[in-house]
Design a protein around this ligand. Structure first.
Ligand SMILES: Cc1cc2nc3c(=O)[nH]c(=O)nc-3n(C[C@H](O)[C@H](O)[C@H](O)COP(=O)(O)O)c2cc1C
Length: 184
């Protein structure tokens, strides 16, 4: 059983998504101590964009395919995911490996994978809020992992982080509560 822990925040030790993704991994290893953890830090070691001259280091895909659980620290940057994380998505969406095309469209090949996304954002974008339509971060990751056939996708969310100390405190408390309630 391998947990792939992916981080993408550029904020180092001050990053909310990094501290929460670490807490998720700690909780999962507390639940199941036989888990092995592999860390991929996309800000410390950014992957080159796919391009005409190549790209798509196959070891990145192999690392993803070897995981049973993937924990992703995914802050909202300019309404979407950090470009470092977007590039990683480009590496793992590989036809014939993580999805394929069938008679009725794309079919995901990662049905057994569990994915937990830690979503951090300055504003509030949850369904029903005035800015819900501006969320191209969680919605992107939802669409992406649906393409890959992932059925067990969940979000640990800390939002409203730029809306004052009280909002931040409540957001972090709610996220920590979600983490404590994570099941095996
Ligand atoms: C480059 C950049 C772009 C950001 N864009 C947005 C945004 O579009 N909407 C938002 O609500 N917050 C935005 N934020 C705020 C972050 O989502 C927020 O600070 C969050 O805590 C970042 O996660 P981190 O602490 O793990 O880096 C942005 C922050 C940065 C650094």
């Amino acid at each position: 059983m391998t947990i792939l822990h992916v981080d993408s925040s550029i904020n180092g030790a001050n990053s909310v998504s990094r501290s929460l993704s670490a807490a998720v991994v700690a909780r999962l290893t507390q639940i199941n101590s036989s888990e092995t953890v592999v860390l991929r830090d996309l800000a410390a070691r950014p992957l080159p964009h796919l391009s005409q001259v190549g790209g798509g280091d196959p070891s990145v895909l192999e690392e993803f395919l070897s995981a049973t659980t993937v924990v992703i620290g995914a802050p909202m940057y300019n309404f979407g995911v950090p470009s470092q994380l977007k590039t990683w998505l480009d590496y793992i969406a590989v036809r014939g490996k993580t999805f394929q095309y069938g008679a009725s469209g794309p079919e995901g090949l990662c049905g057994g994978l569990k994915v937990i996304v830690v979503s951090s954002r300055g504003g509030i974008f949850t369904a029903g809020s005035p800015y819900a339509a501006f969320d191209h971060q969680e919605s992107h990751l939802t669409a992406f992992f649906s393409l890959l056939g992932v059925k067990d996708l969940s979000f640990v969310r800390a939002e409203g982080l730029a809306l004052g100390e009280e909002m931040q405190r409540r957001a972090l408390e709610a996220a920590q509560m979600q983490i404590q309630n994570l099941a095996a």
